[in-house]
Unconditional design. Sequence first.
Length: 193
Amino acid sequence: MLREQTPSTRTLDAAAAASGYGLAGLAERLARMDAPPAFGELNALLEGVEVAADELRPYVSFKEGTYARHRVQLGPHAELLVLCWRPGQRTPIHDHAGSYGAVRVLRGVMWETLFEMEGDEGLAYKSAREWMPGHVTGADVPDIHQLGNPDVSGQDLVTLHLYAPPLTSLNVYKVGRRESTSTLWMNSWNPTI
């Protein structure tokens, strides 16, 4: 289920989450994991990170045609990415093909649209949310959503994404259809920098 994490739903101990760590510290924690983190742990990890501008700078660059994906860390159990979006750029409507994930807004405004399967009618709009800097939201399996930087924002968007296990593909959907219309393989579509 897509949801904003609250302190009561965290699964990491309070002392670890409260201690704070930078982007390199988060990447190190992920590299040391011997199993994929639980869904709630993803959100707690992103809530605990304090991303300094100088640490983020190497991962911030934009593309004109689509949002840019910059890999911070890839391990057998989790993947950490920084995504950079110009106004109007968005994902297709998608699921995470068996991975679950969390997103933290670092700069700008992110719109998230949620969808659900409605019997014979297929995929239907469920709701939409707006996320500001500091907010964390998560996508469980089999959630279907779309993320993006609204045209009207007038500013760039930078988000931090954590997937477990690492995201290998996205199943793409269209409203009114019951089955995915295509699969995007993450190693060939919008290659990670």
